[in-house]
Design a protein around this ligand. Sequence first.
Ligand SMILES: [Zn+2]
Length: 110
Amino acid sequence: MSDSTTALLRRRQALAKKLARLEPLILRGSLIERYKRCGNPGCKCQHGPGHGPKYYLSVSQAGGRPEMDYVPAEFRQQASDYLQNFQKVRQVLEQICNLNREILRRRAKF
Ligand SMILES: [Zn+2]
């Protein structure tokens, strides 16, 4: 990195703003798509993939089974956006960490 320290600080400020925007809108986990057969004899689902797709949010738990929440279709996009934001927040954190590493290397106090 050959940018001026001022440029580094400006970039850090911009990333912090991005973080503040995204932070309230994050979700950890993944969306899972499921098709289910209802078991009614004569239902057309017996000969297809089943009813669906139905969506579930799966959130891994430390030392346990993932927790599953049913996500109604009209909330699928919202859940998907939140999950994407979580990845973005992680990327932004990583970028801020890299900047701060560089700031420390320069023995700059900010
Ligand atoms: Zn059925």
